[in-house]
Design a protein around this ligand. Structure first.
Ligand code: NAD
Ligand code: DAU
Length: 353
């Protein structure tokens, strides 16, 4: 493996994956990070990587929906492995404005598949990062397995389901070596503060209201992002081509209990000025339309075949995550101000394709 094309590497999981690959894993090749830099993409996350690994890390600002640009990147960099993170990823945004979800998640994935197919003598793996949301919603009992039928409920999950089907079809029809993994909710450093955990941490730090949708009894299975990155790297090396794998955190919790855990952990770091418990900031708000009640992942297949298990409990992962946000408040204020795209342009001369 010499040249990995990582798409969406300036987003939350992509950033963590690139950092893991270059700083912690035994990977010895080169990473070509292609990212459009939407509101969710921030090359600042990787400035130190760029400085420390000038021969092994290349950033290209490009849109995966642009077929011409993507073809050029495949022509120029002898890509042998594609690790595809780039997506519009926020469910609430997809409900308000689904257009870019259809474009990036479906058309963008299609473009990448077409370019990979045209270089089939050289491409060893197309790894597609997907979500457990494609399976729809569970009731009180049961878990998602790799055999669970797809029943996506939001425009986001429907667009991810469509892209999964395309990836599978390129394996069946053209023999493109692919892997799809469907993962539960990630959290950890560098997550954009529109998602539940960073939003609650930051509001709680500032003593602001903590919005909990509906009755707060919705259940998600939380996975610390580094554990996800380790699983992806294992699967790239040893996963069965043409297979799907579920990845989960073994950490099912109701949203309200998660928010309470964040409040209590943060209170342990520093009290509010008025000395009140942060739990008093919890505010129940209007529910998300089509809100999936519960997700739960059975990752037996990944455990059995590759011996992977998550290492972080919800308590240890939340503690680390809160510490990261406390230690990185300048990053947070830049990202939240919305001015960071212009700050990036001033401070960083990135290669536009
Ligand atoms: P994110 O929103 O933080 O990052 C997405 C990245 O993709 C950004 O850097 C953005 O600039 C880039 N991007 C968006 N459109 C693009 C385009 N047209 N061309 C090139 N780059 C583009 O997302 P994330 O949370 O890091 O998720 C990464 C992947 O993992 C997604 O495919 C998502 O569906 C999947 N996933 C996420 C989670 C989660 O909990 N975050 C869980 C399971 C699966
Ligand atoms: O399950 C994997 C998915 O997890 C990924 O595919 C998505 O990209 C990722 O965004 C995430 O989707 P969710 O919708 O589950 O994540 P979010 O953080 O938006 O919401 C988590 C839960 O918290 C969900 O039940 C909605 C609720 N919520 C969310 C926000 C932002 C609140 O109660 N209040 C909030 O302010």
């Amino acid at each position: 493996m010499k040249n990995i094309l990582v798409t969406g590497g300036c987003g939350f999981i992509g950033t963590n994956f690139i950092r893991y690959l270059l700083k912690e894993s035994d990977f010895s090749g080169r990473i070509i990070n292609v990212d459009k830099l939407t509101y969710a993409g921030n090359p600042e996350n990787l400035f130190d990587v760029e400085r420390d690994f000038p021969e092994r890390y290349i950033f290209i600002k490009a849109d995966i929906c642009d077929r011409h640009d993507i073809k050029r990147i495949f022509d120029d960099y002898e890509i042998d492995t594609i690790c595809h993170f780039a997506a519009e990823s926020h469910v609430d945004r997809s409900i308000v404005r689904p257009d870019s979800f259809i474009q990036t998640n479906i058309v963008g994935t299609f473009n990448l598949l077409e370019s990979a197919k045209s270089k089939q003598d050289q491409v060893q793996l197309f790894y597609h990062i997907s979500t457990d949301e494609v399976f729809g919603s569970l009731g009180k009992d049961g878990v998602f397995t790799e055999e669970t039928p797809y029943r996506p409920n939001s425009p986001y999950s429907a667009s991810k389901a469509a892209s999964d089907h395309l990836v599978r079809a390129y394996y069946k029809t053209y023999g493109l070596p692919v892997i799809i993994s469907n993962c539960s909710n990630n959290y950890g450093p560098y997550q954009f503060p529109e998602k539940l955990i960073p939003l609650i941490i930051l509001n709680a730090m500032e003593g602001k209201a903590l919005p909990v949708y509906g009755d707060g009894r919705y259940v998600r299975d939380w996975l610390y992002v580094r554990d996800h990155c380790v699983a992806i790297w294992e699967l790239i090396q040893n996963g069965e081509r043409g297979s799907m794998y579920n990845i989960g955190g073994n950490n099912e919790v109701e949203n309200i209990n998660l928010v309470e855990l964040i409040c209590d952990t943060l209170d342990g770091f520093e009290k509010l000025k008025n000395n009140k418990s942060r739990r008093e900031l919890i505010t129940f708000v209007k529910d998300r339309p089509g809100h999936d009640r519960r997700y739960a992942i059975d990752f037996t297949k990944l455990k059995r075949e590759l011996g992977w298990i998550p290492t972080e409990s919800l308590e240890t992962g939340i503690h680390k995550t809160i510490k990261w946000y406390l230690d990185n408040q300048e990053w947070v204020s830049r990202v939240r101000s919305g001015e960071y795209q212009s700050w990036i342009r001033e401070h960083y001369d990135y290669a536009d394709i």
